[in-house]
Every structure is written in structure tokens, then in C-alpha cells.
Design a protein around this ligand. Structure first.
Ligand code: NAD
Length: 495
């Protein structure tokens, strides 16, 4: 097991983590705290402030003041870029403590946080910061009789509500374009995994981000999250999480006429034609559903396999999935950690039980590993079910190490099976025939279609959902930067 970095030890040795508001560390005004458990052992590792509407009020007020008075919104773009690049450099310098905190908080293998999630944050910051430097903020408008131009200005206070599966990576995807555009932000991280968002604030302060530009209020969704979403002082809202909560957020924002961006759940599919390398595809898709213990919104949990390769594919996948090394995130040999909480484990096991009751074939029985080393932690082994597309496990988001297999005989049938879902986040098609791959990629209804790969994220390529998977513009693409700037036209009649 990895020894904890001294910065992590220092953070965990304090009694409770506090909010970061107006550049200061402050406890919840109610004095209440929430326990934080290590999903790998089930033990409490620290506590966080249980924020409520009063704390949210203070954070929004601090962000509003910073927008008007700190100079962040009006400073030359290059000067703001220097500060954000300094923050990106500090993140790179602090990869180790950030990755350890993320692994401890979420349960994910350290290497995933260290070489994936955390470096991704500095990459996102640099991507949007560089974009901001090269973007024109004023465009002349050629209309006879008028001198006119359109300018782009930051909105003001942008609010972010983040889920627990990729907490620091999603802070990066969320706030980077908003900050680079000159907005100030209030973040409500997930109650199950808030530690890296707080560490991010420590680095922001060190980088010279003015006080009040970045604020974090920790707490439960129904209290701190709901108070933030319905706060009349915010100018934009970005929410990442479940469709159920997304609806509530959209309702609150609708009442205040605040623009909202929703990044929600998914039920991704992979279509596998019979001209593929069966074992390579089975390995890749088994990797996709065990990445982050399957708690990935866009992962491929419906495997739609050509009938002629079904038996070979299932043999190959069950063999790979049975050999996944399950263990504590900080153990170097771990390939898959626990799920985030006992509540999540019950959800995953409950779905599989219901799927079986509805007649699904159990191709690989997962369940709770019985070895003593897993005592206390929220571990669950990968499962594979197969059967009717009407099965609950083929329709709903399970959010664990799980996939549902269905056969098809021709291309149209495969596309119909994919498009039965009410979600629309991400699907993939696997075939050696690139003409067919592109045709199918276009026919699958979702924000993202991948060819011969799944879970592909590149800065500069937009990532968004449609239908139940989200609305409002998405993340990662250049357009996301402009989502955080509002247009304003300036006109003078001539003569
Ligand atoms: P969740 O919706 O339960 O919680 C997400 C966030 O919302 C948390 O910070 C939570 O505290 C807060 N929240 C909960 N109730 C609230 C309320 N009433 N008002 C305001 N805020 C509230 O989701 P989760 O279980 O944390 O995350 C898993 C979900 O997120 C899955 O559906 C997954 O697919 C989705 N997700 C989507 C993306 C994407 O980019 N599309 C990325 C990651 C996760």
C-alpha cells in the first residue's frame, strides 16, 4: 500500500475540512459536518463541512464581489492566462497528493488518478486558457448607417455541481472554460468525494487567483446543491450527475431564468460486427466496464454482438473479467477498486438481482468477493448478463462493473437496438469495414459515436449528451469556452 504524501497526511489529520469562500477556509455556519469514508476499507478518514443555504449565500456573495471588484473579469486576457498557467503548473507539481486523495476518496486505482484524472485537469486548464488568449472578444458588424460591433463578456457567477465518479477531472472540465473567460465560480463538489476540489482551492490561492474568484461549498445535494441551483445570484449553472437531479436543477434555473448546462447519465452501447479481432474487442470492452469500477456515465454497458461471434466473444470477455485484480485503490496491483459507497453497491447488486428475476441469463456471476481482505470495503465483482432488450438491466443505468449482451443478425437490427434507449450519451461501433463504421456511427442517436474504441476524450473534440443524457452545450470542445461568454452588441447610428 502506498505511503501517504505529507500534504495528504496533514489534510486528513485536521478534524474537518472547511469550505473555501472569499479566499478563506470557513466551517459550516451550522457547525455540522459529514463523515468521509475510504470506500476501500469503509473507515472514516476525515469529515467535511455540511454546507447549507447560509453558506451558499456567503459563497455566491463572495463570487459576486470578486466579479465586480477583484479585477479578474476585466484584467488583460494575457495576465489572467499567466495565473491560470501557474495553476496548471502547480497541479502538475502536486499530482501525487491530488491523486492519493482522489484514490482514497473515490476508491479508484491510484494510477488512474495519477496518470489520467489529475493530469487531465492541468491539460484542460491549459487548453481553455490558450484558447482564451487567441479568441477575439470584439467583432465589427458591417451594416450601413451604423457603427456597430459585438463584444463577448463573461456572465458573472457560474455555479457547478459535480458528481463523485470523476470529481477532480470534472472540476477541471467545468471551471476551466468559465475561469478562462473571466467568470467567477462557486463549486458544490459531491458529498462522497470533496477532498480534491478543496485541495484545488489551496493551489488556486498559491497561483494568485484573486480571493472570491473560486469558491467551494461542500455538503449534501438536497441542502447545499439545491440552495446553489435556486440561488438568484448566480448567472449560469452547470450540473453533472443523474437525470433525476438534473431535472430538479433545470426547474430551479428555469424559475430564475438562469442558463443551464446538464451533463447526465447514459446507457452506452457497443455494436460488434463479425469482422473484428474478437479477443482484442472483448479485452477493450471489459476494460471499459471495469474502468472506475464501471462508474462511468458514457461506458458501454450494452454489448450488441453479431450472432456468429457471440459465443467466442462471451468466452473471451468472461475470461478477462474473471481475472481483473480487485483491491484497494492505493495497492499498486489493483486494476479495479471498490464502488464509491455501500449505497452504490446495493444499487448495483439490486439491479443484477432484478435483471435475473426478469429472465436474464447470467453469463458471469459477479457479487461481493468473499475474501477477508475485502472486509469493510464496498467491493463488487464484474457481472455479465444477456437476454431481452426489455430487461431492466438493458434499459437502466446500473453504474457498476456490469454489461448486458444482446445478439443481432443485421446492421439495421443493431442500430434499432442501440436507439431503443432514452439516453443519448455515447456509443461505439467495432468493425474492420470503415465505410460501415461511419454509416453506423452516424445512425446511432447520441452526442458521441466512437469507432473501434470506447471512452475517447480529447481536448478540442466536443463531448455532450442528447435526450436523457443532457442539454446545453457539453464540454471539452472550443464551443464550451463561448458558453461562458455572453454576447453584447454596441451600436451608434451614423449621421
Ligand atoms: P447525483 O445526481 O446523485 O449527484 C450529483 C451531484 O448533485 C452531487 O454533487 C450531489 O450532491 C448533487 N445533488 C444531489 N441532489 C441534489 C439536489 N436535489 N439539488 C442539487 N444538487 C443535488 O449523481 P451521482 O450519483 O453523484 O453521479 C452519478 C451520475 O452522474 C450518473 O447518472 C452518471 O451517468 C452521471 N455523470 C454524467 C457525466 C457526463 O458527463 N454526462 C459525467 C459523470 C457522471
Amino acid at each position: 500500500m502506498q505511503t501517504l504524501h505529507e500534504a495528504v497526511q496533514a489534510m486528513l489529520s485536521s478534524e474537518a475540512q472547511r469550505h473555501f469562500i472569499g479566499g478563506e477556509w470557513v466551517g459550516a455556519q451550522s457547525g455540522k459536518t459529514i463523515p468521509v469514508n475510504d470506500p476501500g476499507s469503509g473507515k472514516e478518514i476525515t469529515r467535511i463541512a455540511a454546507g447549507d443555504a447560509t453558506d451558499v449565500d456567503s459563497a455566491v456573495a463572495a463570487a459576486r464581489t470578486a466579479f465586480r471588484k477583484s479585477g479578474w473579469a476585466t484584467m488583460p486576457v494575457n495576465d489572467r492566462a499567466v495565473i491560470l498557467h501557474r495553476l496548471a503548473d502547480l497541479i502538475d507539481k502536486h499530482v501525487e497528493p491530488l491523486a492519493q486523495l482522489e484514490s482514497l476518496d473515490v476508491g479508484k486505482p491510484l494510477a488512474q488518478a495519477q496518470f489520467g484524472d489529475v493530469p487531465n485537469v492541468s491539460q484542460t486548464l491549459r487548453y481553455y486558457t490558450d484558447l482564451s488568449v487567441h479568441t477575439r472578444r470584439a467583432e465589427p458588424i458591417a451594416v450601413s448607417g451604423y457603427e456597430a460591433r459585438s463584444i463577448r463578456v463573461p456572465y458573472g457567477v457560474c455555479a457547478f455541481i459535480i458528481p463523485w465518479n470523476f470529481p477532480i477531472l470534472l472540476v477541471g472540465w467545468g471551471v476551466s472554460p468559465a475561469l478562462a473567460a473571466g467568470n467567477t465560480v462557486v463549486i458544490k463538489p459531491p458529498e462522497d468525494a470533496s477532498l480534491t476540489a478543496l485541495y484545488f482551492c489551496k493551489l488556486a490561492k498559491e497561483a494568485g487567483v484573486p480571493d472570491g474568484v473560486i469558491n467551494v461549498v461542500t455538503g449534501y445535494g438536497e441542502e447545499a446543491g439545491a440552495a446553489l441551483a435556486e440561488h438568484p445570484g448566480i448567472n449560469r449553472m452547470s450540473f453533472t450527475g443523474s437525470p433525476e437531479v438534473g431535472r430538479l436543477i433545470a426547474e430551479s434555473c428555469g424559475r430564475n431564468l438562469v442558463p443551464v448546462k446538464l451533463e447526465l447519465g447514459g446507457k452506452g452501447a457497443a455494436i460488434l460486427f463479425n469482422d473484428i479481432d474478437v479477443s482484442a474487442a472483448a479485452t477493450a470492452l471489459s476494460g471499459a466496464i471495469t474502468l472506475n469500477s464501471g462508474q462511468v456515465c458514457c461506458t458501454a454497458t450494452r454489448w450488441i454482438v453479431h450472432e456468429s461471434i457471440m459465443d467466442r466473444f462471451v468466452d473471451s470477455a468472461t475470461s478477462v473479467l474473471s481475472q481483473v485484480a480487485i483491491g484497494h485503490g492505493l495497492d499498486a496491483s489493483t486494476q479495479m477498486g471498490p464502488v464509491i459507497s455501500e449505497k452504490q453497491r446495493k444499487r448495483v447488486l439490486g439491479y443484477i438481482e432484478r435483471g435475473e428475476q426478469e429472465g436474464a441469463n447470467v453469463l458471469l456471476r459477479g457479487g461481493v468477493p468473499d475474501s477477508l481482505e475485502f472486509d469493510g470495503g464496498y467491493y463488487v465483482r464484474p457481472s455479465l448478463l444477456g437476454g431481452s432488450p426489455d430487461n431492466v438491466c438493458a434499459r437502466e443505468e446500473v453504474f457498476g462493473p456490469f454489461a448486458f449482451v444482446m445478439p443481432f443478425s443485421d446492421e439495421d437490427e443493431a442500430i434499432d437496438l442501440v436507439n431503443r434507449s432514452n439516453y443519448g450519451l455515447a456509443n461505439s461501433v467495432w468493425t474492420a469495414d470503415l465505410e460501415r463504421a461511419n454509416r453506423v456511427a452516424e445512425a446511432m442517436v447520441a452526442g458521441n459515436s466512437w469507432i473501434n474504441a470506447h471512452n475517447v476524450f480529447v481536448h478540442g473534440i466536443p463531448y455532450a449528451g442528447c435526450n436523457l443524457s443532457g442539454m446545453g452545450g457539453g464540454v471539452l470542445g472550443p464551443d464550451t469556452f463561448f458558453d461562458y461568454l455572453r454576447p453584447q452588441s454596441i451600436v451608434r447610428p451614423l449621421g
